[in-house]
Design a protein. Sequence first.
Lengths: 225, 225
Amino acid sequence: MTSAIVVAAGTSRRMGFDKLAAVLAGRTVLEHSVRALAATGEFAEIILVTSPARRDEAQAWIDAVRRETGVPVRWAGGGAERQDSVAAGLAALDPAATLVAVHDGARPLVRADDVRRVVAEARTSGAASLAHPVVDTLKRADGNGQVTGSVDRTDLWAMETPQVFAVDVLRDAYAAALARGQSLTDEVSALEAAGQPVTLVPSTPGNLKITHPGDLVMAGLLMRG
Amino acid sequence: MTSAIVVAAGTSRRMGFDKLAAVLAGRTVLEHSVRALAATGEFAEIILVTSPARRDEAQAWIDAVRRETGVPVRWAGGGAERQDSVAAGLAALDPAATLVAVHDGARPLVRADDVRRVVAEARTSGAASLAHPVVDTLKRADGNGQVTGSVDRTDLWAMETPQVFAVDVLRDAYAAALARGQSLTDEVSALEAAGQPVTLVPSTPGNLKITHPGDLVMAGLLMRG
């Protein structure tokens, strides 16, 4: 059985606006992200992890998603950090789940065919992530905006979601990372720390993560366009 | 005197489509990029560097840009690599130019206020680039898409253009880089190799570099939106 966890806990500390509750084409970013997964037909359940404050808002559309797609969406309360929320999602999975996709609630535009490809890869190899090659020239800078060094972009990839894993592998890697007190920006990092191989699946461009208010504008245009 | 060089030489090797000649809202990407600079009122001249094959196409709108904005656009033939084209642009500058902005022909959406801010910074400090903080989790991967390592994204910035420099500083850094046979993905890299300080100016999100066909769709939507 293949399950999905949509992570929408935490606050939008970086930007100071509530990106998940922003409305695009009549639905919140978060609802779009959940519906994008449900529409693929790949998942037997979706665990939606949010802060308790967002529960009522989510409950308002969770039933509609089930009715329209046949996929049950269950709510779970998230923790302070992203990794706490993923751990809460893992704890809430149906015991029969053998494969789990973790998806950012702030990625409402993910394409069904990309989701299917990364699920298929993980089904074979045990761990896979959507990703795209870095095309920008990257530099390190100090707090005053002075360039201090370079980073070679050759062979460098930017991680996206969904990231899909054998449930046991992700559970073990997560337990080890949390025991070490490691801060995780994504699940690939947990597997990497555990020495587990992860395969990257090149995404179709456009799987935007809503970070800035400008991203919302762009996502809205892409959704209509 | 402040000049600009728009670099549009080379081929779109990565994507196999001619991104510069693609039409958005009735004009090519390249014409939009040149007009975006001309419209800022910051530049006394713009040197457009393209492959000889693109000369006629450019000539068709160069005069209109001058007529409408008062900024003369002069054509120069570019080399095989990006850095050869920038060198050709430097050679074609008006001798009175003291400050020069180098801009990618594939960035048609750059905002006038961002251009003005990076020019102002370079006027003070001698070297500045538009840039944005990296928000993605980055990993290194081998040729089979297997994750091989991590790159800390803290303090990491993605370079954009325009990048603006005191003409003498850029000329010296370029001469040194070319003498060493260094391959340059941007001008900041040339200054960095020469030990010259560069200040990063945070851009407004949306200064897309057209790389994939999907970026064209997005740029078209942003332009209309």
